[in-house]
Design a protein around this ligand. Structure first.
Ligand SMILES: Nc1ncnc2c1ncn2[C@@H]1O[C@H](COP(=O)(O)OP(=O)(O)OP(=O)(O)O)[C@@H](O)[C@H]1O
Ligand SMILES: [Mg+2]
Length: 207
């Protein structure tokens, strides 16, 4: 079972993960963007960690809602509103809930992913975070009957594959799309931060 405290541990861990990967994500974004993705994610989740510490969320929905509001408020650019939307839609699947089983967690993550697609209008192979997110949801659907751990393991594997598959793509959305063919041969920063997000979920929610 996924509990409120494990979800808080996940969100807190994202602060550590993005702090550690700030340089890596920013390097990726310097190749095809404006070199701020690591800075954006690290700043956003530092504020999220602060907000969750200031007020312990009552349930999983509240934890995701605080995350959403904080990201929207503190992270500009494309990724702030997109991850903000992810957690807003996710929160709506867990209003008043202190526990989720694998299906409940999948519903939460799927609602978040659908929110990102609705907001950013990116399709598969546009070279965005969607290329990590949507294959992960599909893989998790196929593994949901095996429980939270195996489901998240499948999701992380699919996200990693999707992330790596962005390397040869030409970007069709966001700042990287201005580069056209020159966006080839670089891994998408947002797909990379999404893979890290799911990896942290596996490490904190599966226990
Ligand atoms: N329409 C979109 N849908 C989904 N993901 C997107 C979209 N546009 C950009 N992204 C993702 O956002 C990532 C870049 O995030 P970042 O934090 O660097 O914002 P940004 O593009 O620099 O924003 P801005 O151009 O406003 O400064 C990309 O690597 C891509 O994965
Ligand atoms: Mg950027």
């Amino acid at each position: 079972m996924v509990t409120t405290s494990s979800v808080v541990a996940w969100l807190q861990k994202l602060n550590d993960v993005y702090a550690e990967n700030k340089g890596y994500l920013t390097d990726l974004d310097s190749a095809i963007g404006d070199a701020d993705h690591g800075i954006n994610m690290a700043r956003g989740f530092a504020k999220v960690a602060e907000a969750l510490e200031q007020q312990a969320p009552e349930d999983i929905g509240a934890a995701c809602k605080t995350t959403s509001m904080t990201l929207i408020k503190t992270v500009g650019g494309a990724s702030g509103p997109l991850y903000g939307t992810f957690f807003l839609k996710a929160s709506m699947q867990a209003t008043g809930k202190a526990e989720l089983d694998a299906q409940g967690l999948l519903n939460l993550l799927e609602a978040g992913a659908d929110g990102v697609v609705a907001r950013g209008k990116a399709e598969l192979e546009d070279k965005t975070m969607v290329d990590a997110l949507l294959p992960a949801i599909e893989a998790m659907k196929a593994a949901v009957d095996q429980g939270v751990g195996p489901m998240l393991t499948a999701g992380v594997e699919a996200a990693e594959k999707g992330m790596k598959a962005t390397i040869p793509l030409v970007a069709r959305k966001g700042r990287a799309s201005y580069l056209g063919e020159r966006s080839k041969d670089h891994q998408d920063p947002g797909a990379t931060s999404t893979h890290l997000m799911l990896k942290a979920a596996l490490e904190t929610l599966a226990g």
